[in-house]
Design a protein around this ligand. Sequence first.
Ligand SMILES: CCCCCC/C=C/CC(=O)SCCNC(=O)CCNC(=O)[C@H](O)C(C)(C)COP(=O)(O)OP(=O)(O)OC[C@H]1O[C@@H](n2cnc3c(N)ncnc32)[C@H](O)[C@@H]1OP(=O)(O)O
Length: 720
Amino acid sequence: MANYTKRDEVAVIELNNPPVNALSFEVRSGLQNALKSAIDDQDVKCIVIHGKGKNFSAGADIKEFGAGTKQQKPWITDACRLADESSKPVVAAIAGTALGGGLEVALFCHYRIGTPSCRVGFPEVQIGILPGAGGTQRLPRLIGVNSSIDMITSGRHVMAEEAMKLGILDKIVTEDIIEEGVKFAKSVVGLDLAHRILKNRKIEAVSPKVFDDEISRVKKKYKGYIAPLFCLKAIQASVQLPYDASMEQELQLFQHLVGSNQAKAQQYAFFAERTSARWQLPTGANSQNASPLPVKTAGVIGAGTMGAGIALCLITSGIPTVLVEQDQKFLEKGIKTMEGDLRGSVALKKMTAEQAKKAMLILKPSVNFEDLHDVDLVIEAVYENLALKKEIFAKLDKICQPQTILCTNTSSLDIDMIAEATKRMDKVVGTHFFAPAYIMKLQENVYGKNTSAETVATVMALGRRIRKVPVLVGTCESFAANRMLHPYVTEALYLVEEGASPYEVDQVLEDFGMPMGMFRVSDLSGLDIGYKVRREAAKRQGIDLTLGTRFVNGERVCLLADVLVEKGRLGIKSGKGWYNYGSPGKKEAIPDPEVLDIIEEHCRKFGIKKQKISSQEILERMQLALINEGFRILEEGIVSKPEDIDVIWIYGFGWPKYMGGPMFYANEMKLKNVYRKICDFHQKYPFSIHWTPSKLLARLSETDLPISNWTSLINSNSKL
Ligand SMILES: CCCCCC/C=C/CC(=O)SCCNC(=O)CCNC(=O)[C@H](O)C(C)(C)COP(=O)(O)OP(=O)(O)OC[C@H]1O[C@@H](n2cnc3c(N)ncnc32)[C@H](O)[C@@H]1OP(=O)(O)O
């Protein structure tokens, strides 16, 4: 709703819908009524609109867009038209965020003031829609076409200082926002409002070429997403048509998007991220009843690519960090990497040179473990070796304060075995970052059987603080993310053995929307990493993995990647892997006939008959293999809800948000179809354990429950 009060001759309208004052039907009606009262009241000379609590408004209530249902009237435009027509000045007093419809309300006001920490923006593209209450028409009239294109197609939040420079804010105020709003409104009473009404402003002439260029840019930058292109169409309408006609055009484009599959998937992804943040442990402890410990200082062990990246996340979030490496040369190399990454961020305008400098000032590089004595939390990021990690944890247990939390960045090792090296098993937890750690948003936090709720709360809070998306998972071989990756990678290799080229496989995945195909990703990570992991695991388990091996314990294996490694093709780092890169370190991936010969030779050796494989089969086999594993992970309670898996794939592996995530995708395919296809593959490929259908999937496929209800079935049927 909206509260209406008066301070002398000033009407104060408060948008009131905690926590973010989303513009629900009640708020829109309340705002419309309040504006009417203020305009009709002879004693009122001016009007201030502000938001209750920390935010002005986060925009339309996204839940009302569910499945494209039409919004109930009054719409934001109906409510705010009164401001346009008012002869009394209307001032938006912005604290916190004014996003989407929230900013649109402010653009109907004659003036906008904000606090120094306020943010404005049109993030609609991120949920698959466009600003549908005049945002694409009014912003260009206020700040020009080019800046509007940038803001609306990127969805980025603009901080107060920039908003002031762009002309979105008229003033930045430092005292109480309501007091300042009232003061400002009084100061503009009697001034001519004609030029303050944005719909009346002339729009600059822009050549159609600007839009042609922008379409090319947006298609490349936001590959596969339709909303940014629709935003461009709406902005172009603002240039080409009179205001009323272009508003109508905006509405039509909005209606089209709001009913689209992409919008549904992106809005699911928005809420999935928030659902996933509400974690729970098998003990019943959860994000509501557990409190994090303060993390004032941190330590990182290992200045390799991962350690340096993690340290960078910490210091750029203002957490003083000790970076320990046993070898001075490695330490210096790590620092150089960090400095290079910071320079990159400055060049990309993600931070200022001053901020980069400030970050490095709170880094304490060291070759001495004793320097970790007083830190609140340590993240170990040395290479994957259980004995080494256990040795480090035993050492840390002695050096650090008793309350210090000890995290491991292992991507596969047993957290409990690492914790056993300490006398504080409740304070040991996995914090699995994804490469490059400074860029990738996923932080897969892994609890062991003794990890306390307090420890989990601390690493979940730390994740958010360092701008990651933290997801909580239980411990198992490779954890949730990499465990699901395994059948995906395995199927890719089988497909190549059976007749698809690596380049066809990658093309299919990239056409689907993955940022890179599986083989390009392998080249980027380095083929030797998997090679070493496979060989170490085989040694541990007493398995023969010579290149002639075709089956291990009745399970089909394909060691083609290892053949490449033994030929010196390690990926980008050696200039050749599945692709040819010309020389080491170069990024342009060129399909290589030599690789096709290697595959040919491999298939001849094992008598594998090659056949034509359709794009549809490539996509289905790769995706259904990982989806089946996802259901098993859910079934085993490694994650507590399907949203966790979708968030992992979006932020860890770049699954396109407009496809919602693998579990959402399965839901859209209908689970009975997913189950039937997996059963078919199981029959066709009996030597691949990953095709054994998940029991949970089998049960869910009988119910036709939507994804939002799966968790209740899982919880009510713990015995599957
Ligand atoms: C035909 C009619 C035409 C009408 C056209 C009108 C079109 C308008 C377009 C829009 O306005 S679409 C909405 C655009 N706005 C956004 O996308 C903003 C989304 N929100 C955020 O980015 C963040 O929530 C925030 C505002 C930056 C705050 O972040 P913070 O980390 O502080 O909190 P959260 O955990 O994210 O959110 C708290 C709580 O609030 C829920 N929520 C946030 N925004 C909305 C929203 N716009 N609608 C509904 N609910 C929202 C969020 O889900 C959290 O709730 P939960 O229960 O914890 O999940």
